[in-house]
Design a binder for this molecule. Structure first.
Ligand code: GDG
Length: 463
């Protein structure tokens, strides 16, 4: 009997291709393949308190979407507070930016309970439950409390820091012990896996059981790395669409005698945008010959503006970009074009294709799909250069990129200079190796590997 796949994530995207966010892009690919259900928050917040959320059902092709609203209190405490104000910075090694408010733990737990109750209303006996990301770490525990014996997997899209950094989170044990109610936990990289293994043994006293499992309080948990991929073919196909061709042609004409650099991120402190702008400033200071030659188009999609650190970052990026253009710009040339909004995926593909190099320089990133999309959008006969942070999960797979330390502004400036002057032969050679990896470990490979591993787990097994 085939099992249905039930995917659960904080947000369910509205299905428009222009929706930004790595999770949305990768999972729509996976679900289109498997068919199934996607459960999550609708994105709407209501002012009056909710006791039990009302589920709304809709269908798009072979994907059923089930969504519910959050009330203001839960949204602020669970989403802005515990998830994005405490967990996200800790997971990205930014304990300095974390805000710990004891009341928010209860909001987080309540939201996770809502997800579990909603699931129990719709799950069939054989269904596979695939939970996503740091917002929902307690869902398996809540489901087990409701006597669920389903196979439940978690994929964490963020990095997982070393045990010491994780232990800075107040109440970390009660949060991470709840992982043992999952059957499988998937992480992005082998580095993350090593951190989790160290944490489980050192902080929880869990016992290793074979190569990829741990036992704690009578429950067995499998942990494995599944580096997330993209649908490379579909991304490349976007280049054939009118919108992609138009923007590509326009940029080629506008920049006929210059080069384009591209960077695309959510406006998030993990993405290293201020450091990148400083590196650009450094480039123009060290290499005056590159002035007038290369312009960076930086797309920074705003979000999470209910969290103070994000409002501060946005102001800083604006200040740095104004100063860069003011200090180095000419009448006929500006060093930087900053767009604080999303653009369509087709235009993104066209922009990648027209760019001589991509600056993917996060301070820390679970994977970073932009790096892979940039490679997919290149002309194989004349590809651009990927400049990639060694602290992006993608660096574990894409070691053939120009790897940089994003904190080292001089090093990044030199890497950009190197990319601008790299021979076509060298660019082709690097690209050949990188694109082979992106194509082999694509979105389908990722979801199939995860689902196969989950199917292989014995559900609800007690020792
Ligand atoms: C999390 C983890 C992990 C961006 N701007 C626009 C746009 N995007 C799309 C990109 C890409 C996605 O959003 C961003 O994905 P990333 O992987 O770069 O980063 P996060 O959003 O932080 O995602 C990350 C990922 O989950 C998956 O596991 O790799 O480490 O943090 O697909 O193309 N799309 C459109 N317009 C934009 O302006 N249409």
């Amino acid at each position: 009997m085939t099992s249905r796949l039930v995917v659960v994530s904080n947000r369910v995207p509205d299905g428009h291709a222009s929706a930004a966010g790595g999770l949305a892009v990768a999972l729509l690919d996976a679900l289109r393949d498997h068919g199934g259900v996607w459960l999550g928050w609708s994105g709407h917040v209501v002012d009056s308190d909710i006791d039990a959320p009302r589920l709304r059902h809709s269908r798009q092709a072979n994907i059923r979407r089930v969504t519910f609203d959050l009330d203001r209190r839960t949204h602020d405490g669970y989403y802005c507070g515990y998830s994005n104000g405490a967990l996200w910075p800790v997971l990205h090694g930014r304990v300095d930016l974390a805000r710990f408010d004891p009341g928010q733990w209860e909001d987080y737990r309540r939201a996770n309970r809502w997800f579990a109750h909603a699931l129990m209303q719709m799950l069939g006996e054989q269904d596979l439950v695939w939970i996503h990301d740091y917002h929902l770490l307690l869902v398996a525990q809540e489901l087990r409390g409701l006597l669920s014996r389903h196979r439940i997997g978690l994929f964490l899209h963020t990095p997982l820091p070393a045990p010491d950094a994780l232990a800075a989170l107040p109440g970390h044990q009660r949060l991470l012990e709840a992982l043992f109610d999952f059957d499988l936990v998937g992480l992005q990289t082998r580095g993350d896996l090593a951190h989790l293994a160290d944490y489980l043994q050192a902080e929880l006293g869990a016992r290793r059981d074979g190569d990829d499992a741990f036992v704690h309080r009578g429950r067995r948990l499998r942990v494995q790395a599944f580096p997330i991929g993209i649908d490379a073919e579909a991304f490349r196909d976007l280049l054939r669409e009118r919108e992609a061709q138009d923007i590509q042609g326009l940029l080629r004409r506008q920049y006929a005698r210059r080069e384009l650099l591209v960077a695309v991120d959510r406006m998030d402190y993990s993405k290293g945008i201020p450091q990148r702008l400083q590196a650009l400033r450094e480039l123009y200071s060290r290499h005056p010959e590159d002035r007038g030659r290369a312009t960076l188009i930086q797309i920074a999609v705003p979000g999470r503006e209910g969290v103070q650190a994000y409002r501060e970052l946005s102001a800083e990026v604006e200040r740095l970009s104004g100063a860069l253009n003011g200090d180095f710009g000419e009448l006929e040339w500006i060093p930087l074009r900053l767009l604080r909004r999303a653009v369509s995926r087709r235009r993104l593909a066209g922009l990648f294709h027209a760019s001589k190099a991509a600056l993917v320089t996060p301070l820390r990133d679970g994977m970073n799909l932009v790096a892979k999309e940039y490679l997919a959008a290149q002309d194989r006969q004349d590809p651009g250069v990927l400049i990639l942070s060694r602290f992006a999960g993608a660096a574990e797979q894409l070691g053939g990129a120009v790897l940089v330390n994003p904190y080292d502004v001089e090093g990044v400036a030199e890497a950009i200079h190197q990319a601008l002057h790299m021979s076509r032969e060298q660019r082709c050679e690097r690209h050949r190796e990188l694109i082979a990896c992106v194509e082999q470990h694509d979105a389908r490979w990722w979801s199939r590997s995860f689902v196969a591993a989950l199917q292989g787990c014995k559900p609800g097994l007690q020792e």
